[in-house]
Design a binder for this molecule. Sequence first.
Ligand code: ADP
Length: 621
Amino acid sequence: MSDTPGQIADLPPVAPAAGPTGRAFWVVLATLTLLVALGLGSLAYHRLHRAALADLTRQGESTLGLAIAALDGQLRRFDRLPGLLAQQEVVHELLYRPRDLDRVEAANLYLRATAQLLQASDIYVMNLQGLTLAASNFDQPLSFVGGNFVFRPYFTEALSQGQGRFYALGTTSQVRGYYFGAPVLIDDAPAGVMVIKIDLDAIEDGWRGSGTEVLVTDPEDIVFMSTNPAWTFGATRPLTPERLDRTRSTRRYADRQLTELPLVRATGPDGGPLWRLQGAEYRVIASAMAGADWTVQVLVDTAPARQQALTRLALGALAMVLAVLALVIVAQRRAALRERLALQAEAQAQLERRVDERTAELAAVNTRLEGEVAERRSTEERLRATQADLVQAGKLAALGQMSAALSHEFNQPLGAARNYAENAQLLIERGRIEDAKGNIDRILGLIGRMGDLSKHLRNFARKPNSQLSDVALTEAVTSALELLGWRLRAQSIALTVEIPPLAVRAGPVRLQQVLVNILSNAIDALEECEIRTIAVSARQQGGTAVLTIADSGPGVAPQLVERIFDPFFSTKGVGKGLGLGLSISYNIVHDFGGTLAVANRPEGGAVFTLVLPLAQGEKAA
Ligand code: ADP
């Protein structure tokens, strides 16, 4: 398995990818959402606009109220003044004798002082023919004195109704003004008309700067006063010939050219009137000022209302978008969390599955191993038993091999002993007891030698004790050589033994068997050789004793070096070797905790090196 338990790349995706149908669904949904949002947006804008317009209208209404109040207050201030002035003696004197220059002058001076006092534009007195007899501006270049204003309604109305009011552009002064007229009654009969003209510019100036436009129209819908000078004398409705005729009859606007204002009337979303004029849109709030014959109108620019509606709409949309965004983010977070948890759970499950699989595999392997171990153990036991049997068999084979030579080994001393005994018999018969004694000594020596040999044989054939003990190396080598002495002598092999007094940890019988094996192999190897030497030597190396057995034989072919310790490997002919000697020796040495190795000597021949642990006492020494 190449993938690790932690890998999750091969997990299936949690959400399936959107296909073409899915995409179409999303497009339709987005379009619908957009349409709904647009619909809702325009509805909301409509409502917001209406609300803002209502605010604007309220604001305009209050402005209108203030404007009317200011205007009304101003007019009221002058309302009764002409009547009051008409009662003055100086006026009556003038009307009595209008050609009296002194009286005219007195009247003029009086009127000028009064006009200054009242802050009126002009004050003047006319006779019943409309001729101006005296005026406050008598000393001005455009003096009213001598002027006839019989065509002015304030003149006629003053005489007919006891009071006249009129607003107009001055025919002489070309200045707009409001005229208040009152009859001058002398002995309860009208003798002339007293007129006060007030300037409207100051009122107009007072309206400016409020941010709203205020204008005053006459009954013919012509603008008389306006915060915007460009609109003054403009008509808010078409100038029909009738309107023009009516206006001309009173000469209200003198010779002023009248134009129509380029305005378009409209209705706002709240049903209220709107004017579109010179690129701007105005909410119009109008109120008639009955006493003055005026309509006062307040024009409020609706741009701020639209602006406000738009701003509120944008804010609302922004809030909405933010809310939706927040919802989307929260939803996404939750989805991501869910996905991560799912992935984690899946990875965890997969990990657990893998762990289970591995555990099962390991358990199986474990059981198999346990089985194998048990099998191996029993095989090993069988092998050991077999090996013990084989050791015994090998020894017996060696004994069998040796039996011919052994019989010779025993027969020779036996024959010699027989000869000595016969000799001794003869010597005793002849009374040579001393010589006979020498013969018997030799016989005893021969018997002792045979006894030794048989003892070694017994030891060799005995089943070995598995216990280890301290064995003197010299003793082991000597007894092995003892067993093979006859062969060495038979083949005239030159033997050198150099063993220092060392003791090793080994089984004495088994060590002897190993030495016999190696030595008898060396003797076998020397059979065909001219020079026949065997050198046995030992030395101490650390905690071990190193014993080498070198011969001058042909050595071991290099390709066979590896194999000569294998069981049943033998180069000797049938009946001569079992191929077990070295394999058994190898195992025995290993049982002692030592090693056995073979090498070829440079000068020819094989050398077997036996390394054995030193005996406890030796080590300490
Ligand atoms: P066997 O002696 O029955 O053949 P061994 O296991 O004792 O069995 O020896 C295995 C082989 O090792 C021998 O057949 C021989 O070829 C080789 N061998 C052992 N010792 C020597 C030696 N000293 N010189 C050359 N060859 C040897």
